[in-house]
Design a protein around this ligand. Sequence first.
Ligand code: FES
Ligand SMILES: [Fe+2]
Length: 470
Amino acid sequence: MGTELKIAPAYRDSHLPLYQEVIAGDPVPAPALLREYSEIDVPVARVSRDEYRSPAFAALEEERMWPRVWQFACREEQIPEVGDCVVYESPGASFIIMRSAEDDIRAYYNSCLHRGMKLCAGDTSVTKLSCPFHGFTWNLDGTLAHVPSRWDFPGLKDADMNLPQARVGRWQGFVFINRDHDAPPLEDYLGHLPGHFADWSYADKYLATVIKKTVDANWKTAVEAFLESYHLAGIHAQALPFGGDASTQYDVWADDPHVTRFLEPTGVMSDQLPRALSEQEILNAALSVVFAGTEPPQLEDGMKARHYMAAGMRAAMSDADGVDYSAMSDAEAADAVQYSVFPNMIIFRSLGYPYVYRFLPVRGDVNRATFEFLIFKPKPKDGGMVPEVNVVDLGEDDTFASAGVLPPWHGEIYDQDVYGLRQCQAGMRDGGDRDILYSAYQEVRIRHLHQTLARYLSDDPADTPGRAQA
Ligand code: FES
Ligand SMILES: [Fe+2]
């Protein structure tokens, strides 16, 4: 008698298939890493709503968490030439991410060692870093190059005037920084991520577009709305016939405090619908949302809606990218395979969602955050230069749908999320003092985020994830 592979929590009670059951019937099978399931007990069931609305809590995050985590700062292709700089405004500290040599990237604190002026006001390209206030100047390697009226600083030593740096880590074209020189290396911090993206490299992709939107929500409210599919019925009801919320798999791993994932199947109905839908009904509903106006085909006997949709996605993306995706698994082609990196990054491993998100607090306003939505494209095969990133800055009244860079139905989904975030934050802010409650399974990634956050905020540095125990 073999032991049955565990693929759901024991207390799950739904008549709909689990993710592993869904993909087991796929004609183009999923790779091994999608056939894994991991569940651990994350006890955090309730947190104070002050975590989302109190300036004092935000200040604690800025003091204890942000300075000790690896943060995605920019992409390497944003700084292709020596001297290229991106300014990354991290909570509580501004950085110049600079290509200081052909294969060296530095993160300098964006502040002059004379009287503190910002050295760079925005992204730029320099041969030396010269302060706009009085002209102190540094070489690209951070050594002091020039002090106007040097005689006026008697005793000043060049050796004491190197620009301070944060650590830089690079993974698949993503440049990360960390202010904590005792933190674990980036490759340890990223836990399951490098292994799971070994065959899905973002190094082969370039950042084509960034949509920036200020949302009326704490940065955690914003991240968390993308860590669960449970809100499908409330916020994205149009996707109930095919969005797979009840069949979504949520993975958290022991000894991986920074990375979680969900596997959300496409072409599977929700258990919040009153009756079972046929595969044909699922397909009709999906196509009416995804490709409004197209006449849905009659599904052949035995073909499921998700298989039709996966084939459609492979064909559409092969056309768009000029890359042959015909051998890609149905799961990778059609589903939302999505990972989070603590604290504020979300990254997809899905053909139809070539997306990464970053969320950052808005300084001085605990009820707002910036939501940066990054869209990637495959790099040209000839290794040629990639175009400069197209930045779409959405104003207060601008919508994702109006940005014109996403498939229309994705635009609609994200606009619904922005609305949901605003209402959620407003309710948390103005709704009294009862604690916030998280579900056991569908919100386990949110529990996990708060568990890791609590470890960073702890008085005891030994609680910090990944820190060598004394
Ligand atoms: S503040 Fe930078 S040179 Fe004076
Ligand atoms: Fe959503």
